[in-house]
Design a protein around this ligand. Structure first.
Ligand code: GAR
Length: 196
């Protein structure tokens, strides 16, 4: 079985879209793949309730309880690997996981770590992507699914979606338009990876 662990920090709508797609597209039967755990660095993350309702194991690791980024990432690796019998989840999926990862973490999951970022990379790495796109007068915005490398928001692009920037858009209205597309491209990009 190809086990998938999803990391979140908040609402978890991308995680929910992946879980729902895995069900409707019969990942278990067709691809031998399943979401085995959802892990959050924030206890209040809304997505945790959804995961529990789906019968998926959940865990919270509060990064503020660790003395260093390395210590947190080491604990996170142990928690992730605990959810796979071989200690080697097929995919570790970052879905709104708002943490910068250490090189050691990225190396541990080399080739198995993917992220979604709310911009058309390589434009607008980092935070506040939608406001920055509006400030630059961009006519299009979007989202990118990419492999994770030690450099923030870099790595091979696996999928992108483009949306128009509309007159009167705020960062919030643009973010909502982009998010609907994230929910479409992320599950499909993962499915392509799982299908090899
Ligand atoms: C999504 O828009 C995702 O692309 C973004 O956070 C949101 C999480 O929403 N990720 C990043 O900004 C990563 N740097 P969700 O929790 O509802 O999936």
């Amino acid at each position: 079985m190809k086990n998938i662990v999803i990391l979140i920090s908040g609402g978890g709508s991308n995680m929910a879209a992946i879980v729902r797609h895995a069900q409707t597209a019969h990942w278990k039967q067709r691809l031998g793949a399943q979401v085995v755990a959802v892990i959050s660095n924030k206890a209040g993350a809304g997505g945790l309730a959804f995961a529990r309702e789906q019968g998926i194991a959940t865990a919270v690791l509060d990064h503020t309880a660790y003395p260093s980024r390395e210590a947190f990432d080491a604990a996170l690796m142990a928690e992730i690997d605990r959810h796979d019998p071989q200690g080697q989840p097929a995919l570790v999926v970052l879905a709104g996981f708002m943490r910068i990862l250490t090189p050691g973490f990225v190396a541990h999951y080399a080739g198995r770590l993917v992220n979604i970022h709310p911009s058309l990379l390589p434009a607008f790495t980092g935070l506040n992507t939608h406001q920055r796109a509006l400030d630059e007068g961009c006519q299009f915005a979007g989202a990118t699914v990419h492999r994770v490398t030690p450099e923030l928001d870099h790595g091979e692009i696996l999928a992108q979606a483009v949306v128009p920037v509309l007159p009167g858009d705020s960062a919030d209205t643009l973010a909502a338009r982009v998010l609907t597309q994230e929910h479409l491209i992320y599950p499909r990009a993962l499915e392509r990876l799982l299908a090899g």
